[in-house]
Design a binder for this molecule. Structure first.
Ligand code: MN
Length: 203
């Protein structure tokens, strides 16, 4: 198989109480796996696609054959977005930003709380399923949202961090209370990994 779900880098219960164990099982083992299965089915039809990384396919969707373009957009996006998501969280994460991203957040948003508030407000308003993102536009950090599994890579931006606001990410524990999930999620974030992604975004 061309693409595989990466193993979760910590235990399924490790992000409790902020994200519950059952949600992590369903989200990683079922939802992410389904995106990968669908992506692989598209690659079976067009084996040349398997020579590229999923990130590169998303960066250049117009080069993907039209009959599988929407499948790659949705499921390649699902694969890449979730692969990032598991890695930007960790047990005992959270706290204020550290490293080079901390200085840039201060410059572009003010305090850490100002930044989180703006991210949460923007992302809470995403209608239906989608993601909230922090991206680097070449001169400053920006908060954007995308619908479905659309990746900022397809808009030319490397996502520094993203939070999943599909109901499958939070409904078991938070039901309809998306803002509560968004607030709690910051207790899981892995600022070391986010700093690595910021370095990558600036390249
Ligand atoms: Mn998800």
């Amino acid at each position: 198989m061309a693409f595989e779900v990466p193993p979760l880098p910590y235990d399924y219960a490790a992000l409790e109480p902020h994200i519950d164990k059952e949600t992590m099982h369903l989200h990683h083992d079922k939802h992410h796996q389904a995106y990968v299965n669908n992506l692989n089915a598209a690659v079976e039809k067009h084996p040349d696609l398997g020579k590229h990384s999923a990130e590169d396919l998303l960066r250049n969707l117009n080069a993907v054959p039209e009959d599988v373009r929407t499948t790659v957009r949705n499921n390649g996006g699902g694969h890449v977005n979730h692969s990032m998501f598991w890695n930007i969280m960790k047990p005992g994460g959270g706290g204020d930003p550290t490293g080079i991203i901390a200085a840039q957040i201060r410059k572009d948003f003010g305090t850490s709380d100002d930044f989180k508030k703006q991210f949460n407000e923007t992302t809470a308003k995403q209608f239906g399923s989608g993601w909230g993102w922090l991206i680097w536009d070449g001169s400053k950090l920006k908060i954007i949202t995308t619908a479905n599994q659309d990746s900022p890579l397809s808009q030319g931006y490397y996502p520094i961090l993203g939070n999943d606001v599909w109901e499958h990410a939070y409904y078991l524990k938070y039901q309809n209370r998306r803002p509560d999930y968004l607030a709690a999620w910051w207790n899981t974030v892995n600022w070391d990994e986010i700093n690595k992604r910021f370095e990558q975004a600036k390249k």
